[in-house]
Design a protein around this ligand. Structure first.
Ligand code: KG4
Ligand code: ZN
Length: 369
C-alpha cells in the first residue's frame, strides 16, 4: 500500500511516499530555517506563507520516483497512490492549514481515502521504518526494526513536546505523562539563543558541549550544577523544564556580569545543560520501563537526535544489565518529516471523509488506546 504523506505543522514542509508503513519511496523536506534565523525565531505568518509556496513543489518531488516523466501530478497520484495521510495537529494553525487543505484537495480530486494524523504520536513510528540511512554512531539503529518487542516505553521529545507513552503494540497507546510547562527541545533552543547560537539550537548545544573537554561519564567542571527537575516525588511520568530555563538564564547573566562568558564557559555551560536535560529524560524513561517491565524503549522527536541522550541510554542499560532493547530512528528521521506521518497512518490511522478533515492546533496528545 502506497501512502502519500504530507506534514506542515511547524516550520517544515514535507512530503513522502511510503510503502506498507515501512519502506521509504521518497522523503522530501523543505525548511524555512534561514528565514527564521533572520527573524530570530519562527514567525507563524512567515512560516505559513513560505509553506504555501513550497507545498506543491515538495509533493511533486516526492512523487518523482513513481510513474513516468510524462505523467502529471494528478495522474501519478491516481495510478500509484492508495491513500493520503496528513498532519492535522498539534501545530501552528496557518502552517497546518496549508497541508490540510492541500491534502483534502488531492483526496477529493483523485478520489483517494484520506487519513488524519496526530503529529506527536506519529513521531514514534519513525522507529518502524526500514532505512538504509547510515548512522554509524548510533547503536540503537543498528538493528532490524522487526526486533522491537512490545510492550514498549516510548519517549517523544521534540521542540514542543516531551511525552511518555506505554505502547502495547503498534495500535494501542497509553499516555503516561508529559511536560507540565516547556518541552526539552525548547530548553535546548532557548539556551542556544541565550548563548548566541541563534535559531534551532539543539545541535549547536551538542556541538559546543563536545568542545568542553569534559570526558563522558566524568564529573562536570561547571561549579554551579543546574537542577534536575522532577526526578523524585509524585510526578513519576511528568516533566518540567521552565525552572531549568530560568536557572540557565541566571547562569548566563552571572557569567556576563563578571565578564566571564568566555568560549570555554559557553562550552561548559552547554555541556551542563545537555547533561541536565538528558539525565532527566534518561532516568524518568528507564524508571517507566522498570515500572511497566517493558523489554523495549523507543526514542523519537528532534531531541532524540542528540548523541549524548542516545549514548547515555545505552550506557545505563549496559552498565545495569537491564533487559531492554533501545530503538531510535536515524537522525534525519528524528526531526520533522513526512515519512513517519505515512508510517503512523498505515499502522494506526483511520481513513475519514475528506469533508471531515480539519486542522486542530491544540490536538490532544493524551491517548488511552
Ligand atoms: O521534532 P522536531 O523536529 O520538531 C517538533 O516537532 O518540535 O524537534 C525540533 C527540536 C528542536 O528543539 C531542536 O533544537 C531539537 O529538536 N534538536 C536537538 C537536536 N537536534 C534537534 N536537540 C538536542 N540535540 C540535537 N542534536
Ligand atoms: Zn515534530
Amino acid at each position: 500500500m502506497n501512502i502519500l504523506a504530507i506534514e506542515s505543522s511547524c516550520d517544515e514542509t514535507a512530503a513522502a511516499v511510503i510503502t506498507d508503513g515501512m519502506h521509504i519511496v521518497s522523503n522530501i523536506v523543505a525548511s524555512s530555517h534561514e528565514m527564521h534565523e533572520k527573524y530570530g525565531g519562527i514567525v507563524p505568518e512567515v512560516a505559513a506563507r513560505m509553506q504555501l509556496a513550497s507545498i506543491i513543489p515538495t509533493i511533486t518531488e516526492s512523487l518523482g520516483p513513481l510513474g513516468t516523466p510524462s505523467e502529471s501530478l494528478l495522474t501519478r497520484i491516481i495510478r500509484h497512490i492508495d491513500a493520503i495521510a496528513v498532519t492535522v495537529g498539534p501545530g501552528l494553525i496557518g502552517s497546518l492549514l496549508v497541508g490540510v487543505e492541500t491534502a483534502k484537495t488531492i483526496a477529493m480530486t483523485a478520489d483517494k481515502p484520506i487519513i488524519p494524523v496526530n503529529h506527536v504520536l506519529a513521531h514514534m513510528y519513525a522507529n518502524f521504518v526500514n532505512t538504509k540511512l547510515s548512522d554509524e554512531n548510533n547503536k540503537a539503529t543498528k538493528r532490524e526494526k522487526s526486533e522491537i518487542q512490545f510492550p514498549a516505553i516510548s519517549l517523544v521529545v521534540s521542540g514542543g513536546h516531551t511525552e511518555l507513552y506505554l505502547m502495547k503494540n503498534k495500535k494501542e497507546l497509553v499516555w503516561l505523562g508529559g511536560t507540565i510547562d516547556d518541552a526539552a527541545g525548547e530548553c535546548f533552543d532557548k539556551t542556544a539563543r541565550l548563548l548566541g547560537f541563534g535559531h534551532g539550537g539543539g545541535p549547536a548545544i551538542q556541538n559546543a558541549a563536545s568542545k568542553s573537554g569534559v570526558s563522558l561519564h566524568g564529573t562536570t567542571p561547571f561549579t554551579n550544577v543546574l537542577p534536575r527537575p522532577m526526578l523524585g516525588g509524585d510526578n513519576l511520568h511528568n516533566f518540567s523544564f521552565s525552572g531549568l530555563k530560568t536557572a540557565i538564564l541566571r547562569q548566563v547573566e552571572s557569567l556576563r556580569n563578571t565578564n566571564s562568558l568566555t568560549e570555554q564557559a559557553i562550552n561548559e555551560l552547554s555541556y551542563e545543560v545537555q547533561e541536565t536535560i538528558t539525565d532527566v529524560l534518561v532516568k524518568k524513561t528507564l524508571r517507566a520501563a522498570e515500572i511497566y517491565g517493558t523489554p523495549s524503549i523507543l526514542l523519537s522527536g528532534g531531541v532524540s537526535a542528540n548523541n549524548r541522550l542516545r549514548e547515555k541510554f545505552a550506557y545505563h542499560i549496559e552498565k545495569d544489565g537491564l533487559p531492554i532493547t533501545l530503538s531510535a530512528p536515524p537522525v534525519p528521521l528524528c526531526t520533522d518529516n513526512a515519512v513517519y506521518i505515512g508510517s503512523y497512518a498505515y499502522f494506526r490511522g483511520k481513513a475519514v471523509n475528506w469533508k471531515d478533515i480539519n486542522a486542530y492546533p491544540d490536538l490532544s496528545v493524551e491517548v488511552t488506546r
